[in-house]
Design a protein around this ligand. Structure first.
Ligand code: AVI
Length: 325
């Protein structure tokens, strides 16, 4: 790393970037100053990033969202037979709660527990859902699933179903994914289970296109990260100096997203700076793709069993159910 890149005066930078929590400032600085610069994908999702992600989900190249929806439409009845009815439906990263709401008429949960990073994100959706399904008890929770988290006592223990759609598990490193599944397993009694969406390994050209779409929406989503970091850390990133890159790394079975410097760039923030030479990149996201066998092995390592899966006709995506017993 060039000598001019320093983590000088961290305390000073904390003081300057007053509105950002110190642990976020530390995490961003450490990532930017690492030999291989990187940032966490959680920083994609400011207001603009969230809208761009919604747009990605309806792009023709981005197959996961519509394919998962098709699987639910086609196999919902069978899923209900395997999972059974009633209990607590715990929706991890619920957002607008739309995916879980489609399960209500078949799984008939007694309690619905949507979880998102901020409970205020959930409130409108939960209010609307409560009107449509007045007999389901609803308890919205604000928890950061990337940190250590614990369910409060008002979440009923009987027949918990952890619902984690969208293949968000792919954005964890495999060891983090295992730790996350173990954490879920620890919150399960023997009658509990997990219902999870998993993106499957497929032809590289399909994967490459899904993360480098022809309209450039994913590029905007990736570049917007720099604007968000400017807001959080008071960096002076100029989005126009960076280029989106995404490709499937076959050996590691993951999509990698990067931002590549178009020229030599100096990035500064209160208390620190980093020089990037032309071509150097910031690694912004991994999205792991699994085989069904590989993901079942991960579930088994986490203590889940009796796994059962449903896929689309191309076997591009899978919805997997596994039991805690
Ligand atoms: C949220 N997550 C499952 C998406 C994915 O496919 O890994 C995020 C995303 N990144 C670029 N496009 C979509």
């Amino acid at each position: 790393m060039p000598e001019s890149n320093s983590l000088a005066n961290t305390a000073n930078s904390v003081a300057n970037a007053r509105t950002t929590a110190p642990h976020i400032i530390r995490e961003l600085e450490n990532g930017l100053l690492a030999d291989a610069a990187h940032t966490s994908p959680k920083y994609f999702y400011d207001a603009v990033g969230s809208v761009l992600f919604e747009a990605i989900c309806v792009l023709p190249e981005y197959y996961p969202t519509r394919t998962e929806a098709e699987i639910f439409t086609q196999h919902m009845g069978d899923m209900a037979r395997v999972i059974g009815v009633g209990g607590s439906l715990i929706d991890l990263g619920a957002g607008n709660c739309a995916k879980a709401a489609r399960l209500f008429p078949v799984l008939h949960p007694d309690q619905y527990v949507p979880i998102d990073i901020s409970v205020s994100h959930l409130q409108d959706a939960v209010r609307r859902l409560q009107q449509r399904f007045p007999h389901i008890e609803m308890t919205a929770l604000g928890l950061d699933l990337a940190q250590d988290w614990k369910l409060p006592a008002e979440v009923r223990r009987d027949k918990r179903l952890f619902f984690y759609p969208g293949s968000s598990i792919g954005n964890f490193e495999p060891e983090e994914a295992l730790a996350f599944l173990c954490h879920l397993r620890a919150a399960c009694d023997s009658d509990a289970g997990i219902l999870i969406g998993v993106d499957l390994i497929k032809d590289k050209s399909l994967l490459d296109a899904a993360y480098a779409d022809s309209l450039g929406v994913t590029a905007a989503f990736n570049l917007n990260l720099l604007r968000h970091i400017n807001h959080l850390l008071h960096t002076d990133f100029d989005v126009r100096q960076w280029q989106h890159e995404a490709f499937f790394n076959t050996e590691k079975s993951r999509i990698e997203m990067h931002l590549r410097a178009r020229e030599n760039i100096q990035v500064s923030w209160p208390g620190g700076q980093r020089n990037f030479i032309k071509g150097e990149h910031i690694h912004t996201e991994n999205s792991y793709k699994y085989s069904i066998q590989g993901f079942n092995a991960l579930l088994a390592d986490a203590g889940f069993s009796h796994s059962c899966h449903w896929t689309d006709k191309n076997e591009w995506f899978a919805v997997i159910h596994a039991k805690a017993a």
